[in-house]
Unconditional design. Structure first.
Length: 192
């Protein structure tokens, strides 16, 4: 579906809420996956997804940038819902192992030696541990840009900042992630 097709559907949804169903079908999986990554809670992710689409449908008439697509707006709504939920429930956003792109199979049935598979799993574990040590703002920019694969312009809309600021925040977050990985490596290298 092109952005022009999506803009047409948005216009139709403004007049007829039933037309919103196609947009819902297109984005529900992505928004749910994002909410699940951020909360690590299936029930919370389902609630956030439902609330996101309910608010989007309720406010579709006020949506002002149909030419840019619906994704940044939906992610922004979901992002705000996640923040509100965290404030209400006072839980911390946790990264789960399912959040990271696969660095390779988790078993050695691919022809690689078991040592290579074990090493990949250890690196994955270290990366998750380093990510968990980052603040929420760093986790947000890394999740949206690298894990969700959103373009910088869309991340800017979600986070309410400029595209250039997204690049700065991403650069800084990656630097802090690198520091955390180095600290973990140093800790593991020390004899007990």
């Amino acid at each position: 579906m092109t952005l022009a097709d999506e803009a047409t559907l948005i216009e139709q949804a403004r007049a007829d809420p039933a037309a919103f169903g196609i947009l819902y079908d297109r984005y529900v999986g992505r928004i749910y996956a994002y909410a699940l990554r951020q909360t690590a809670d299936v029930a919370a992710a389902e609630d956030i997804t439902a609330t996101t689409f309910e608010k989007a449908l309720r406010h579709i008439r006020r949506f002002r940038r149909p030419e840019a697509g619906l994704a940044p707006w939906l992610y922004r709504i979901a992002h705000n819902e996640i923040i509100q939920r965290a404030r209400r429930e006072r839980f911390t956003v946790a990264w789960g192992e399912e959040d990271l792109p696969e660095s390779g199979p988790r078993h050695s049935g691919d022809g690689r030696p078991p040592e290579a598979t074990l090493l990949a799993q250890e690196r994955r574990h270290d990366l998750l541990a380093a990510l968990r040590r980052l603040n929420d703002a760093d986790q947000d920019v890394l999740t949206l840009r690298l894990l969700e694969g959103l373009p910088a312009a869309d991340v800017a809309v979600v986070l309410g900042c400029s595209r250039d600021n997204v690049y700065v925040r991403l650069h800084r977050a990656l630097g802090r992630l690198r520091q955390q990985l180095e600290q973990l490596a140093a800790t593991e290298a020390k004899p007990s």
